[in-house]
Design a protein around this ligand. Structure first.
Ligand SMILES: Cc1ncc(COP(=O)(O)O)c(C=O)c1O
Length: 385
């Protein structure tokens, strides 16, 4: 047997660099649980003794039936999703939900209110405009999206059909939250329902689906990989039909045909299924939330004790998923990112809209990753502050 130590030095480097994993603070696609990756490695080769890998299975055979049924069942268990909601897996990313929500749910003469709390919420608003009357009941642009509004700051339309919100603003690092990090929702006008982009914090903390008409999320941050979006929608909304739409674009068709009107993204759906099983093993959403509060707290604690770093988000809106901050200068920001990378901490550069740094610490980011970053931040301040 060839062991690493008996290999030439160059080959050893290859083995080591391939085996080695860094702390990955990417905003998405984000870090995945290692045991999920290992299971996938196995199942890519041979799924459950079928003699073929998950990506080679037809979406109309019993092995895939099982993958899909278990993914939906586990998704329901984790989120406490009742029977009168459908769980759908759709393609086109969360970005497609920007038009699918109004196309399926908003009549041309109806009004929808949008809470524009960040870049992605702006994008949702833009795409909705062609389907009905849409209004920004809150616009966070003038305050640079540093916080999400209180009820008193929102100016509702008279009778919006729905209210669109983004529960976590990935780029600016703000989140709808109470002081303890639990989800805070706007008090919406009577008769309307909430449509929520939960891309970057779905299944990172408990939430009551009954408060929402529809929730959607690209899977690639907390519930899997790019290529599939999770859509959880209340059944009564499936009967809405405000306009003619191609079959592929209808929630109703996706619900009736178990998210396989065409060939579905079998592998991404399988990956979501594995992540759901991992979440259950972690103790579910309450356990993950407690862990996420502690993890993000390690980094925010450094910001709070520092005169060197400045956080982007106002303290009451700080995201538990994406921590955004900067040093006093752009040059030091660049140095921070480069030095962190040398120490095995990757993808800390902030989005161009905010500059500085962004540490995305999704469910699968281990506590050690947050501790390592907090320690590095303190040391960087000591040497460059
Ligand atoms: C909050 C939010 N909404 C929407 C999107 C867009 O998702 P997708 O790339 O799946 O279309 C993202 C991607 O980062 C996001 O963070």
């Amino acid at each position: 047997m060839t062991t690493a130590s008996s290999m030439p030095a160059a080959a050893q480097g290859l083995v080591n660099s391939h085996a080695r994993r860094v702390f990955n603070y990417s905003a998405g696609p984000g870090v995945l649980p290692e045991e999920v990756l290992k299971q996938a490695q196995h199942d890519i080769w041979n799924l459950g003794g079928t003699g073929m890998g998950i990506m080679e299975h037809s979406h109309r055979t019993p092995p895939y039936d099982r993958v899909l049924a278990e993914a939906i069942e586990d998704c329901r268990t984790i989120g406490g999703i009742p029977k009168d909601y459908h769980v759908l897996f759709m393609t086109g990313g969360a970005t497609s939900q920007n038009f699918l929500v109004p196309a399926n749910l908003l009549g041309q003469d109806e009004t929808a209110d949008y809470l524009t709390t960040g870049y992605w919420a702006e994008r949702s608003f833009e795409d909705a405009r062609m389907y009905g009357r849409v209004r920004e009941a809150w616009d966070g642009r003038p305050t640079r999206h540093t916080f999400v509004p209180s009820d008193a700051e929102i100016a509702w339309s008279e009778r919006p059909t729905y209210v669109h919100m983004c529960s976590n603003n990935t780029i600016y690092g703000t989140q709808w939250r109470h002081a303890d990090g639990s989800i805070r929702l706007p008090r919406i006008p009577e008769g309307s329902f909430l449509a929520c982009d939960m891309c970057s914090d779905i299944y990172s903390r408990p939430f009551d689906i009954r408060k929402f008409g529809v929730v959607y999320a690209g899977a690639q941050k907390n519930v899997g990989i790019a290529g599939v979006s999770l859509v959880i929608i209340r059944d009564d909304l499936l009967s809405r039909s405000p306009r003619e739409l191609p079959l592929m674009l209808q929630y109703r068709v996706m619900a009736k045909e178990e998210s396989r009107h065409n060939t579905p993204p079998v592998f991404p759906i399988y990956m979501s299924g594995l992540v759901f099983k991992w979440i259950i093993k972690q103790g579910g959403l309450a356990a993950l939330h407690a862990r996420n509060v502690e993890k993000a707290g390690l980094i925010y604690d450094v910001l709070d004790r520092s005169t060197f770093y400045r956080g982007h988000a106002r303290a009451d809106s700080r995201s538990l998923m994406n921590v955004t901050f900067r040093t006093p200068t752009a040059e030091l920001d660049t140095l921070f990112v480069a030095e962190a990378l040398r120490q095995g901490m990757d993808n800390l550069k902030g989005h161009r809209a905010t500059g500085g740094m962004r540490a995305s610490v999704y469910n699968a980011m281990p506590r050690e990753g947050c501790k390592a970053l907090a320690d590095f931040m303190r040391e960087f301040e000591r040497t460059h502050g």
